[in-house]
Each structure stands twice: as structure tokens, then as C-alpha cells.
Design a protein around this ligand. Sequence first.
Ligand SMILES: NC(=O)c1ccc[n+]([C@@H]2O[C@H](COP(=O)([O-])OP(=O)(O)OC[C@H]3O[C@@H](n4cnc5c(N)ncnc54)[C@H](O)[C@@H]3O)[C@@H](O)[C@H]2O)c1
Ligand SMILES: O=C(O)C[C@H](O)C(=O)O
Ligand SMILES: [Mg+2]
Length: 471
Amino acid sequence: MAIQTNGLSLILRLKIGAQAAFSEVTRAIGEAGGDIIAVDIIHVGKDSVIRDVTVNVHNEDHREEVVRALRKRAGIEVINVSDRTFLVHLGGKIEVQGKMPVKNRDDLSRVYTPGVARVCEAIHEDPSKAFQLTIKRNTVAVVTDGTAVLGLGDIGPAAAMPVMEGKAMLFKQFAGVDAFPICLNTKDPDEIVQIVKAIAPGFGGINLEDISSPRCFEIEERLRKELDIPVFHDDQHGTAVVLLAGLLNAIQIVEKKMSDLRVVVTGIGAAGIASTKILQAAGVTNIVGVDRHGIIEAGKSYENPMWDWYAKHSNPESRTGTLADAIEGADVFIGVSGPGVLKVEHLKAMNRDPIVFAMANPVPEIAPEEAEPYVRIIATGRSDYPNQINNVLCFPGIFAGALRARASDINEEMKLAAAKAIADCIPRDQLNEQYIIPSVFNADVVKAVKQAVAEAAYATGVARRESPHAF
Ligand SMILES: NC(=O)c1ccc[n+]([C@@H]2O[C@H](COP(=O)([O-])OP(=O)(O)OC[C@H]3O[C@@H](n4cnc5c(N)ncnc54)[C@H](O)[C@@H]3O)[C@@H](O)[C@H]2O)c1
Ligand SMILES: O=C(O)C[C@H](O)C(=O)O
Ligand SMILES: [Mg+2]
């Protein structure tokens, strides 16, 4: 099996002298436990050959081990070691491009002064024309304050940029939606609300990303009320939608009903709370939440207002204690917390045919290899395992549908329609334990989600574009 790398894949530039055969290189890398992915010749000289060898390694220590093993061999010189993941980030991952070249003065006077002035005046007279005459119709702001970046925590706005650029890239590639990363150097909810409202005129939608709880709830709620374009906190609703899609399919395989499930959610933050709410809307009644301190106890008061809500709306059997107490007899484990939270002993205590969605990124609550012998279905948030439950399956299509309908909001009906559309991308006869959720690269997903979301926008009266046809 290929090494799981957390993205650590190297390109080693090697000068191999006449006295060393290439088999020396493969042996040295193999003995150090590296996994060769590709080999290229860069230059052939009289006495030596320069090759680029692409190698997967486990981690940074392992990288050093592989390099050391090569350096020990006579006739092999390591000229350079580059990390392929860093290479794709050099200079950032996205750029802005004009839709037409400006070739002469005539073009210039249309796209810019003086022609542009008439277009500005037209929008001044009728602000809704911004949707026709500017990028607003197809553009989303991906806004973060860098406080809950993946499972890495509060790493700040600059360090959050690679994730936000990645989201923007995926918006464009999967749904043709233009998106800008906007990383804010403030954690103050009032200030974030004010800034987002102030930049909103140029955007058709706001995708909030990686803002920690409980601030994310207030920020989203206020912006939804105060703006007339859709505001969607991806970590809450994107996650919840894709999770529901996966669960709708998983329960068909294990032949269980939503209303009979016992579900444990760990990580009662943005993703955990929204996931709980969508599961309840889908008919699940027995959900127990667990955070760092243990089970969220029924009826208890908590300082965190969302945990207070949770305590009133979950844990019908009034369980107390730790994850071990919560998971006894559970059918489903939903992890949106951090690495390594779930142990094999926990899996052994679950009901028959356990379903485990270990969705913390980049390192899940349990490694699929470790869980597999004890569960019927395992899914993670990562691209390098089967059953990827990640909000990327949802946010491109959901915004594409909302923008298509020029929706003022992304409401519950639109989210449920998206979940159902994702689940239905897998034909019933193809469902199996390794295939409960369609691939991110399945082109049907965005199409189906866009269509279902736009239709739901019209059905619920939030669409502002006249023609509901021809999505
Ligand atoms: N697969 C996906 O699509 C997807 C989507 C969103 C979030 N996530 C992942 O879910 C995790 C949480 O994201 P979020 O946006 O909800 O963050 P958040 O900061 O809003 O919430 C995280 C919660 O998890 C709790 N937590 C952290 N470590 C824990 C532990 N060891 N045991 C119990 N609770 C713990 C925190 O106390 C907090 O309440 C991250 O790892 C993130 O990458 C995955
Ligand atoms: O960014 C991802 O891969 C998914 C999600 O938004 C997360 O924060 O983990
Ligand atoms: Mg996120």
C-alpha cells in the first residue's frame, strides 16, 4: 500500500556518477522506507546523470532518513530536495485574469474611461444592475479570521491563506464560480460583521470559513440578517450537508433507519453543532455530544451558549462521563474534533455494523487502517482515502445554485436538497462500504447540487432571478 503522507512528497535532484547504478538509488530509498512515485532524467553528462526522483515519505524525520541513506552511497550526490506540496504553493495558487485582451485605444475606452462611466451610472440608477454588469453575479468572498483553520486552530489570517486560496481554486474548477480569499486581521465579531458588510457590494455571496465557535454562530447569524446576499458558514453547513449525504447512503447498506440511530458527535464546535442540527432535521433523535471535557450533559448550563442549546436538545438518555460512556452501543460516530480521539476500544463498544465518520483534518480521529477491522463503514475528510466526506463536495454547487437563482439566502430547504442530490449521485446498485459518497471529481455532483439548490431557492421564495428554467 502506498505511504500515507499528509502531503509529504519530495522531488530529490540527484547527480549519479558513473560508478553508481540507478539501482543503488532505488535500493537506498527502498531500504529507508521511501516510496518512489516517478523518475525523470534532467541531464545526461559524460560521467554522470542528473535525475529527479519523486518520493513519498511518512513525515519530516523520514525525509531526513531517506536523504541520509542516499548521501551515504558512493557516487550519489543529493543536489536539491524540494517538497512537491510547497512547490504548488509557490507564489500562491490562483490569479485574476481579464475576460478579453485590451488591444487598442478603442478597447481601452470601452473597458475603462470614458466608456465605463456610463456603466457606472446605469448601476447607480438601478443597483440590481450590478448583477448584470459586474463580477458580482458570479463571485463569492471566502472570508476567514484564521481562528479555526482545519484542525490546526488559531494560526492567524496569513497562515490561513493557503486554505482559502485552495477553496477559491475549487470554487472555480468545480463550479465556475469566482472566489477571492479574504483573510481578516481581527477576531472581533463586530468588526468582522462590519468589514464583511462593507465589502459585500462586490460579491454575490459570502462563504465564511474556519472561524472558531462560538463566534462563528453570531457572525453568520448577523450577516444573514443584515445582508441581501447568501451568507454560508462552510464549516457548519457544508460539512453538515455532506455528512448527511454520506449517512443517507450508509444506513441503506447497514439497513438501519435514521429514527433508530444512536449517534455520537465529538467536537461540539461549528461543524459538530451544524451536523447535529441537520441530523435532527433528518429524523435522528438520539445524539450525544462530546467535547474535550466529556459529554455535554442533558439540561446542564454552560457558558458557551451553543453548548447550552446542545444540553437542551440532545442526550435523551442523560449520559454522563467521557467518550467511552457516550459510545457504548452507538451506531454512528461523527468526529469533527481533532486527531486520535477515537480508539479501538471505543469501536469495540459500538452497536453492530458501526459507521465511523472521522472527519477532522488533516489528521482524522482514527486512522482508517486502524479502524477498518472493527467497523462496517469508515469515512474521513481526506482526499487520499475512500469515502471522502469533505465540504468541497458541497460548497461549489451550493453557491453555483444560489447565484444561478440570485438567491438572497441559503436556507434549510436548499441545504437538504443539496444533501439529497449528493447522496443520489451514487446509483443504489453501486452503493457499498467503500463507496457511500461520490468522488469530488464526479462531474455529476456539482450539476446535481446546483440544480437542486436553485430549484429549492425558487420553491422557498428566496430566488430573485425571474426565469426558474434552464439552470
Ligand atoms: N471533513 C470536513 O469537511 C470538515 C469540515 C469542517 C470541519 N472539519 C474538521 O472538524 C474539526 C473541527 O472544525 P470546526 O470548524 O468545527 O472547529 P471549531 O473550532 O469550531 O470546533 C472544534 C471543537 O472540537 C473540540 N475539540 C478539539 N479537540 C478535541 C478533542 N480532542 N476531543 C473533544 N473535542 C475536541 C473543540 O473544543 C471545539 O469545541 C477540524 O479538525 C476540522 O478540520 C472537517
Ligand atoms: O478544508 C477542508 O478540507 C474541510 C474543512 O473546511 C475543514 O476546515 O477541515
Ligand atoms: Mg474549513
